[in-house]
Design a protein around this ligand. Structure first.
Ligand SMILES: Cc1cc2nc3c(=O)[nH]c(=O)nc-3n(C[C@H](O)[C@H](O)[C@H](O)COP(=O)(O)OP(=O)(O)OC[C@H]3O[C@@H](n4cnc5c(N)ncnc54)[C@H](O)[C@@H]3O)c2cc1C
Length: 386
């Protein structure tokens, strides 16, 4: 029998597959898509994500694909100048198209010994005596494994079938993602522009090509669905990128707010977006997928060796995940509260533009290179209120 079947070959599933296979376990990664495939995403790997790629042993292959380098972010509410936040010296993020990045990660998993099958859609989980013992794929194929890993992203079928979805999304947003040429945006800097309750993120993904991701309130969903390309092209003009030329089809996604009750049950665990997601604004998802896989593989490896895949044996992963991501998730909620209230965002931006240390501090926290508690430094708090 397989040691692990991993549902989803995105960053979380590929990293998990590579790590378990490298440790000598027999692993199968399944993905419904054929690769390379595009994925709705701002396509920025934050600095901690770059470290996670290095730890996985795949950074050289990623660098060889000539990604863009990101030194920080510029945040502009409305037409105002806004503020900048720079990553610490010697630290940077990367902009890279997801079809390229995810293909590299999946090939890496194969190279480490994982079997990969694409074009296979998982439709359910198999249970015996209350524990998960495998998955069922479209067409009725049953695949048994000692451990099932749900790495199937937002709207995870594994999450739903094991009953871990906490509630339906409350925060309802819609995103449109496309690549454009001809943008006059600063190299080395990502930029976020907010207008009203909508915002647009723009960042180079290498070779002078830019990712543009427009995020709007869920109330716009019908209009977006009717003509995604038209909506996107119009948003480019509204957000001040009149010269940009769209070069591919627009991908739509949303809503994003899918919390889970926990990430483990008897015989299965969740990793990446499947283990809970909230909002794309701070761009930390790829890091959490890679780092989450690192934490999950550590616990899963020990549980496989001990021959105990019960929820109790998988509990160290749950604890590690909460410790690693819990504080950052609370900051993400706070940031979203400001972003969706233009008056607040303008107020904060004015203050941040006068005190560059504030912008640096928040960008370093969302880049996962500084702990959340670094925001509580007295000098920063004073700067915020004075
Ligand atoms: C609009 C938007 C912008 C974002 N911008 C950024 C950003 O700039 N930086 C950042 O770090 N993060 C960003 N994120 C988040 C990031 O995209 C995710 O956190 C990341 O992709 C999570 O990786 P994953 O492996 O968990 O899931 P995914 O990358 O979604 O991979 C899941 C895989 O599972 C497969 N799958 C799904 N269902 C099944 C099934 N039933 N059977 C078989 N296979 C299945 C899918 O085909 C997919 O390949 C953004 C997200 C959105 C929506």
């Amino acid at each position: 029998m397989l040691d692990a079947v991993i549902v989803g070959g995105g960053p979380a599933g590929s990293a998990m597959g590579a790590r378990l296979a490298a440790a000598g376990h027999e692993v199968l990664v399944l993905d419904r898509a054929e690769f390379p495939r595009r994925k709705p995403c701002g396509e920025c790997v934050n600095p901690a994500g770059v470290d996670a790629l290095r730890a996985l042993g795949v950074l050289d292959a990623v660098e060889a694909a000539h990604p863009a380098r990101l030194d920080g972010w510029r945040i502009r509410p409305g037409a105002g100048e806004g503020f900048r936040g720079r990553f610490p010296r010697g630290v940077h993020g990367l902009g890279i198209a997801r079809d390229v990045l995810d293909m590299i990660l999946l090939d890496h998993a194969r190279g480490r010994g994982a079997e990969v099958r694409t074009g296979v859609r998982v439709t359910g989980v198999l249970r015996e005596g209350g524990r998960v013992v495998g998955v069922e794929a479209e067409g009725g194929e049953e695949i048994r494994a000692r451990l099932v890993v749900g790495a199937d992203g937002l709207r995870s079928v594994v999450v739903r079938r094991v009953g871990l979805l906490r509630r339906a999304p409350r925060l309802r947003k819609v995103a449109l993602t496309g690549h454009v040429d001809g943008v006059d945006a600063g190299r080395g800097w990502g930029e976020l522009r907010a207008i009203g309750r909508g915002c647009v993120g723009i960042a180079e993904v290498g070779g002078g090509r830019f990712n543009v991701t427009v995020v709007v309130a869920g109330g716009e969903a019908r209009q977006v669905a009717g003509d995604p390309e038209g909506y996107f092209d119009d948003a480019l003009r509204r957000f001040g990128f009149a010269d940009a030329r769209r070069v591919d089809e627009v991908l739509t996604s949303g809503p994003f707010d899918f919390p889970v009750r926990r990430a483990i049950v008897d015989g299965a665990l969740l990793v990446g977006d499947a283990a809970g997601y909230y909002d794309p604004f701070t761009g930390q998802g790829i890091f959490r997928a890679l780092r989450g896989a690192e934490l999950a593989a550590r616990t899963a490896g020990a549980a496989l060796r001990a021959g105990d895949l019960s929820a109790a044996a998988l509990a160290p992963y749950e604890r590690d995940r909460r410790r690693a991501f819990g504080p950052g998730e609370r900051v993400q909620h706070l940031v979203e509260a400001f972003v969706s209230r233009p008056v607040l965002l303008r107020l904060v931006s004015r203050r941040f533009s006068r005190r560059p240390a504030l912008g640096d501090a928040i960008i370093r926290v969302t880049g996962d290179v500084r702990p959340v508690r670094s925001l509580l430094r007295p000098s920063l708090l004073l700067g915020l209120v004075r």
